[in-house]
Design a protein around this ligand. Structure first.
Ligand code: PLP
Length: 386
């Protein structure tokens, strides 16, 4: 029988703090307590594990809230695990078969393109009385130019759905391109175009149920809150604000990525370290090898000097020391400089990001965002939920 892995026998593991996750949802909601929430759990809950995350968030959803996923596959994974809450397909469906399954599985649909209106209308022509009335989200392209109906297409879809008896609710949505940047005027322009589009389509004020704000809109643009919030990264403790760390706004880390020191050695001045001999020792160095690499999702492009935390034992007390990465990250291992950390011993735990070391900071070091770091953690890493 295969033993259940524990931290003590893992070479690389991630702890997921489900209480922090739940608290982060409450923080998001606190920005607009009377709004509904789409808890975004796409991409395996940003690499955190869709099922444990969704089940932990369930108790924090209110009537009318829903989960948001990118695809029907992701929705079915949630449904098959017993989740009964509404699920929103953020990109809608792509063919007639998906259309049918989505309705059967009570998933709400986004219509971002006219072909999706056709799919829905063909489905309803064949199935005029679905078990429950459908909620349809109409996505307007207000300037990001990724997904969304043009203002004219929106008016057409809005009218067409008014004539479908099976459609109970029409929710209007859009997505911002630059909401992470408080200095950008793009967000105000997108909101103005949204309002103009609704006016032009003759959508009455009392018909306007609107969803625009993702994590950045929630935190920076109160005028974008309307009736729905769609938090993603802020649930997982990453920042959605350019140049900031989430922790500065009271959003707690959820994932802490850990490994172990598996070797320590002295290297003489003038010797080089790691693949490509990219690091040459200017002095005698005490180096440590840690059991994580790009095969686990710690990016190969992480530069020398990136901070790593070592949990040392000093006279029976746990002490955390920050040490710099040194040389090239390899598939299974990464090297750190322990010269100024004499307390480190083989077997000590190290933290690559998370508790005490913001993923936002580590992401910045290698020119990306915490979203990508989280999504790239590989299945070799053991996940431990607490
Ligand atoms: C992913 C996604 C979100 C969540 O975005 P965050 O920046 O992670 O909060 C919200 N809305 C849509 C349409 C998305 O695709």
């Amino acid at each position: 029988m295969k033993a259940i892995p524990t931290a003590s026998d893992s070479r690389a593991w991630a702890t997921i703090d489900l209480t922090a996750l739940q608290n982060n949802l409450e923080r998001a909601r606190a920005f607009r307590p009377d709004a509904h929430v789409v808890a975004v759990v796409k991409a395996n809950a940003y690499g955190h594990g869709a099922l444990p995350v969704a089940h932990a968030l369930r108790s924090r959803l209110r009537a009318g809230d829903c989960f948001g996923v990118a695809s029907l596959d992701e929705a079915l994974e949630l449904r098959n695990s017993g989740l009964t809450e509404p699920i929103l397909l953020l990109e809608g469906v792509f063919d007639a078969q998906q259309q049918a399954v989505a309705v059967e599985q009570s998933c709400s649909l986004v219509i971002h393109s006219l072909f999706q209106l056709d799919l829905l209308q063909q489905y309803l022509a064949a199935n005029p009385a679905p078990a429950a009335s459908l909620t349809v989200w109409l996505k307007i392209d207000t300037g990001m130019h990724r997904l969304g109906l043009s203002p004219q297409e929106f008016a057409q879809v809005w009218q067409a759905l008014a004539g479908e008896a099976a459609v109970g609710k029409r929710i209007i949505m859009s997505h911002f391109a630059c909401a992470d940047d408080i200095g950008s005027d793009m967000t105000a322009r997108q909101l103005a175009l949204l309002e103009r589009t609704l006016d032009a389509a003759g959508v009455a004020q009392e018909q306007r149920e609107i969803s625009v704000a993702a994590s950045s809109g929630i935190q920076l643009w109160p005028q974008s809150h309307y009736q729905w919030l769609r938090p993603g990264i802020m649930l997982y403790g990453g920042t959605a604000v350019a140049g900031e760390y989430a922790i500065e706004r009271g959003i707690a880390p959820v994932m802490t990525l850990k490994a172990r020191l598996i070797a320590i050695k002295q290297v003489a001045a003038g010797e080089s370290i790691g693949y490509g001999a990219s690091h040459v020792c200017e002095r005698e160095q005490r180096i440590g090898v840690i059991s994580i690499g790009y095969g686990d999702g710690y990016p190969r492009r992480m530069p020398g000097g990136t901070p790593v935390l070592v949990k040392c034992q000093v006279a029976g007390q746990s002490r955390t020391r920050q040490v710099p990465l040194c040389g090239r990250v390899s598939m299974d291992m990464t090297i750190v400089d322990l010269t100024d950390c004499p307390d480190a011993r083989v077997g000590d735990e190290v933290v690559l990001w998370g508790e005490g070391l913001p993923a936002d900071e580590i992401a910045q070091r290698c020119g990306t965002i915490a979203y990508e770091l989280f999504c790239q953690v590989t299945p070799r890493v053991h996940f431990i939920y607490a």
